[in-house]
Design a protein around this ligand. Sequence first.
Ligand SMILES: Nc1ncnc2c1ncn2[C@@H]1O[C@H](COP(=O)(O)OP(=O)(O)O)[C@@H](O)[C@H]1O
Ligand SMILES: [Mg+2]
Ligand SMILES: [Zn+2]
Length: 531
Amino acid sequence: MTQALYRKWRPHKWDEVMGQQHVVQTLRNAVTGERVAHAYLFSGPRGTGKTSVARLLAKAVNCLAEDLAARPCSICAHCMAVNEGRFLDLIEIDAASNTGVDDIRDLRDKINFSPNQGRYKVYVIDEVHMLSTSAFNALLKTLEEPPPHAIFILVTTEPHRIPATVLSRCQQHEFRRAPLDYIIKQLDQIAQAEGIQADHEALTLIARQATGSFRDAISLLDQMASSGQKISLELTQTVLGTAASQTVLDLVDAILENRPDTGLVTIHRALDAGVDARPLARQIVDYLRALLLVKLDNAAQADLGADTLPQVERHAGALPAPEILRLIRLFNAAATDLRGGWQPSLSLELALAEAMERQQPVERPSATGGEKLPATRSRPEVPPRPARGVQDKSPETASVPPAPPLESAAESKSATGVVSLDRVAKAWRQIRAAIRSSNPALEALLNSCKLLEIKDGFLVLGFASDILLSKMNTLEQLEATRRAIAEVLGLNLPVRCVVSNARQSAPPDVKQDGMVAAALKAGGEIVDIQD
Ligand SMILES: Nc1ncnc2c1ncn2[C@@H]1O[C@H](COP(=O)(O)OP(=O)(O)O)[C@@H](O)[C@H]1O
Ligand SMILES: [Mg+2]
Ligand SMILES: [Zn+2]
């Protein structure tokens, strides 16, 4: 293959431009009505057709076809010249290149000469936001009084960087990210025409990766095809390091059915197949976002393939919006957790575990502090959630409100005895030691948190970030901590975790009212601890 596929497949006629009907229709009308403006601004993400449409317009205004509605015909001498990059009256300037400024100056000098071949001189200025202020000023002068034979098409991915004075002179058109279905269709068509063997699911995955850019999609296809192998879903997953959307669908099913085992198996199957944990988490977030859009009656924006629609609708129906939001936060934290290098799947597993945990029925603790863990909330400011996130649960359990941890302060005392934060702090090292052998990760977490206070019968632990919090905030971790405290101090003191940005307080095993604590309160920082 000599020519990059995306160049080879540049739209040559209006009808070949996909997904930008709002732009194409206006421009077509202008051509047939001979009302083409003298300055346009095309903005939008890369690979959505801005350059292609600019060339189409350049062809249309210079096309030799009699019938205005047939322009550009793409077969007359002028159209062919544009297609082959040798039409003298199409001047393409890349403002991002270092010759950009000179080109603009050059443009000002030459603009008044008549066209060489065609009716119009068309200037396409790509990446126009990169022009310097002086270049913009030069451009503005020409835009103020353009000769009748000149048409300017300014192209940018960052319209907010264009001076208002320039904007006001242009007819603006916004290019949109392409819907997934269009990209799949395009890839299908190209694969067939080029004799590239590819599974439909593989093309879907490639299209998903391209996030709305035709060019990125076609380039990915090109890259995959260069291996010479058939483009299977498996190969695509391996090369792109992504998971099939089926994984995501299965995962959401598992969450809905409250089956952590199935969920973990799904994750591990994907990881074993060479999928990266972080992109997988990102795909989950994308999908949940799409569910939210469907719920908000915005399915058109959700970019979902028709093939997944039945599941999407089922999922959207079963998950209340706040629950979807909660899941988005959880998996987003996993997707952005950059520190899980030693165990990349961990943050994903923890997100899944927490996703499931909240769907457990909330149980009231017995006043005597039985085996059961009281309801906990990750942060005090989060309003109480419905006891269950899923609709098809029995009404009795669903109506149980999240109970306050303990019935009253009096009972709290009878259950835990009077316990001061100081007492817990003094025993903290021992408590961690009790956990270390069975759960070193938990011990590390407990080493990185702050003992904030004892409130409503809970020991409140402060964590520096959402990610640390989500690692700690699982049923298992909280329960293991409670057990260790019970073992060492002989009292039932459940823990609750919050994200705390408070100034560094004395680490748990430093005397809370001693010198070090005082220094920290005054703004000091611990830089080293020697045992
Ligand atoms: N709307 C579209 N319809 C069909 N193909 C497109 C579209 N947008 C981009 N492409 C494909 O991507 C390639 C690059 O598009 P281009 O017009 O240069 O995008 P932009 O200028 O917006 O970055 C085109 O040659 C074509 O193969
Ligand atoms: Mg372009
Ligand atoms: Zn033509």
